[in-house]
Design a protein around this ligand. Structure first.
Ligand SMILES: [Zn+2]
Length: 501
């Protein structure tokens, strides 16, 4: 008998007395005998999980009957991973993320403009859940450059294409974008804030800010944006302003100042790349302000290179000294080549994605292992010839390197950093997050099944288009999106995740 044909009343009866009734009719799907890890309750034990209508219906110490029963003995069953910082929001990136155990992909740092369009274009077509913040950079691009395309990276790609097409007339036809460097007067500031407010009305998940990319954003503008966040009860997800040197604490102190002054919550993105040699001091400072009652959280990715736009303000005069890097530390994503002074100058004019090899392994290890740090990939679209591997391997790399090889993280802490903590960061204003990031009856069946002995990332800087391995099954809302180590074709259970205010 098909469970989904049963009357609703009976289903409720089943859910309320699961032990007796599931034995009679069985669940739609049973994950049998896996090592279930729930970071909310610290459950770490062999269990049978019964799944019904996209949710977890029962968690049992003894075998359950199901229409379909999948033997997952010897494997870990955990809540699907939630990525708070993923720029790759196209089907190919979702494929790599799913193979890496991700069930929710959120673009919270750069954010978007025209959230409704962004979500509508993915609804019914996405392998995993998706959502975005209201982007301060795209709002500036909209106000100053008239670039109204929904996703900042799409806008950038389009601009790059046009520039290449018109290369001879470039400076005349497409002057350098103004979003980064122009200081807003009162009217422009009001328009930026109004644009962000409109996105929040549409369900944007907080406000994303890339202050290193917008040196033109001054105190009054940043204050106005933080005030909006405070008013709406949402965090600002902030890429800190650039450091003046590898030990500079000022960027963190400045942004903590805005948060304290306005009462807005703050999430510091990729602390590994934003703090360099001061990473331990940054994390200590965040711990201090949290103990004073400030709502500040932090994330990191497990790689020693960053990746960004070569035409952005990050490469304004003085970048080599500030980050103690040189041309040869830059890798051009379109070809994989290392740059020289000459090729840097050439590509800076046309624009494009560059990978920056500049972090010491100890900085990254400190960031990843710290109890406060969530794991977020900052992955770029997987469309370049040579994109940063973090878009494909972040989670598996944490499990392989930090849990298994170095032993600096236990498995439960890793689960918490990759699922529960991100869900908790958002659940006050994104209702769907209350049922994600944990394994309990009634929670969404967004689940990852992996082998802790073999899980590993395969994507490298030389060969990034390699999905992670040792993650045989991934379910989104009870639907397999990865099964037996392969993508399932033709499924799109991913849903739009929205804030409600
Ligand atoms: Zn980013």
């Amino acid at each position: 008998m098909m469970r989904h044909l049963r009357p609703l009343g009976l289903v409720f009866l089943l859910l309320s007395s699961p032990a007796a009734s599931s034995a009679e009719v069985g669940w739609e799907l049973v994950l049998a005998g896996g090592r279930v890890l729930d970071p909310e309750t610290n459950l770490d034990a062999v269990r049978w999980i019964g799944i019904h209508e996209g949710r977890i219906g029962e968690i049992s110490e003894t075998p359950l009957v199901g229409i379909e029963v999948i033997d997952v003995s010897g494997l870990v069953v955990a809540p699907g991973f939630i990525d708070l910082h993923i720029h790759g929001q196209e089907p190919r990136s979702y494929d790599y993320l799913a193979r890496d155990g991700v069930t929710s992909a959120l673009e919270l740092e750069a954010g978007v403009h025209h959230l409704d369009g962004f979500l509508a274009r993915r609804e019914g077509r996405a392998r995993i859940h998706f959502g975005a913040s209201a982007g301060h950079i795209p709002a500036r691009a909209y106000v100053f450059d008239g670039v109204g395309l929904e996703h900042f990276l799409t806008a950038r790609a389009m601009e790059r294409g046009l520039r290449l097409l018109w290369t001879g007339f470039r400076m005349w036809a497409f002057p350098a974008p103004k979003y980064g460097h122009v200081v807003a007067d009162r009217e422009h500031r009001d328009r930026i804030v109004a644009a962000l407010a409109e996105e929040l009305d549409q369900g944007a998940i907080g406000i994303g800010m890339g202050l290193a990319y917008t040196p033109g954003a001054d105190g009054p503008e940043i204050t106005a944006v933080f005030e909006l966040a405070a008013e709406r009860g949402v965090p600002c997800f902030v890429h800190l302003p650039a450091q003046d040197g590898p030990l500079d604490m000022a960027p963190l102190e400045t942004v903590l100042g805005f948060a304290r002054q306005t009462g807005a919550a703050l999430h510091v993105v990729h602390v590994n790349s934003s703090s360099q040699d001061a990473v331990a001091a940054y994390l200590k400072r965040i711990e201090e302000v949290r103990s004073e009652g400030m709502d500040v959280t932090v994330e990191a990715y497990p790689y020693t290179a960053g990746s960004t736009a070569i035409e952005s303000a990050l490469f304004d005069e003085g970048w080599r000294e500030k980050r103690e890097t040189d041309y040869g530390d830059l890798q051009w994503a379109a070809t994989g080549e290392r740059l020289t002074e000459e090729s840097f100058a050439r590509y800076r004019k046309t624009g494009g994605t560059v990978i920056i090899h500049f972090m010491k392994p100890e900085m990254v290890a400190t960031a990843i292992s710290h109890p406060l740090t969530m794991i977020a990939s900052d992955g770029m679209p997987m469309l370049d010839v040579s994109p940063h591997p973090r878009g494909a391997g972040t989670r598996a790399r944490v499990l392989a390197e930090y849990v298994r090889e170095r032993g600096t993280l236990d498995l439960m802490s890793a689960m918490r950093k990759m699922s529960l903590d991100p869900a908790r960061r958002l659940e006050a204003f994104v209702p769907a997050m209350r049922n994600k990031g944990r394994i309990r009856v009634g929670a969404d069946a967004d689940l990852v099944v992996f082998d802790p002995a073999t899980v590993r990332d395969r994507a490298t800087f030389e060969d990034p288009h390699q999905p992670s391995e040792g993650i045989p099954h991934v379910l989104v809302g009870g639907t397999f999106v990865v099964r037996d180590d392969a993508l399932v074709e033709g499924v799109a259970p991913g849903q739009a995740l929205r804030a409600s205010h």
